[in-house]
Design a protein around this ligand. Sequence first.
Ligand SMILES: [Zn+2]
Length: 298
Amino acid sequence: MNKLVCGILTVILCLSACGAFAEESKLPDVRWTYPVSLTEIQSKYAMLVNADNMLDEDFEPDPLVKVTDVKRATSAAVYLEETAAKALKEMFTAASFVTEYVYVNENGKEKTATYDEETGMVLYLKSGYRSYGTQSTTYANYLARNNNVDDGYVAKPGSSEHQTGICADILNADYAGRPTMTQDFKWTPEAQWMKENCDTFGFILRFLEEKEDVTGIKFEPWHFRYVGKEIASYVMANGMTLEEFTEEAKEAVAEFESRGGDVEEQLAYEYSRLNAPPESYVLDELGEDGDAEVSLVF
Ligand SMILES: [Zn+2]
């Protein structure tokens, strides 16, 4: 059999196999059209915590792990939820391979930061998980220091994302040594590199400078929140807050259901796609079988 016929048979075989996959995973009649999957929207990593969406006093991340092998800006041990801890380490490792980075300084001038080949850019973990009790103390102490004025810098107990264990405050060497974190951290190459690259690791810059009215929290160039890669890339590409994303996603679900979409069916479909063998699997088998005769048997 000549190569052309063999090729055509291969294509037919592939198409029928792909068709079989689609049938197995029951492509829902009503299509989910929002750019972020329903699975990610419903994931625990998408949880919204703020003054209007408080955590219970007994909420604890699970599993909670001690973050090791990263530089810290504190002598205390730092804990994070396991997946967020893994993602954070990946981000710190990626930074360590950066030996040159172009950033904009406080005068609006482009500068190039250069780093030691051995260490690369070094990030410092300042804090991660904070219990409800710790946040209560932090809040009370801050109010005492700030003439009893709640200016939005320290979250009320239950409304702090730090209780989720999936966010972290991250600094550079200079700021790690300072007693307080200040917004001018944004002019550092480390802050700008993190803002530019955090989504690759599933993080978002949670409290944006131009969105203080939406978050109710002042701009924090050091506070990164884990949401998973899919949501992170969407949120960062669109300059959104988690509040805005949550609202938009809620509307997307409502719109989907109004068209007759079934949430459970869509979740099952996404799950099956996640676990479906890659389409190349079929082609690989064919390749191993080799010649035209095998194709003819099929
Ligand atoms: Zn923070």
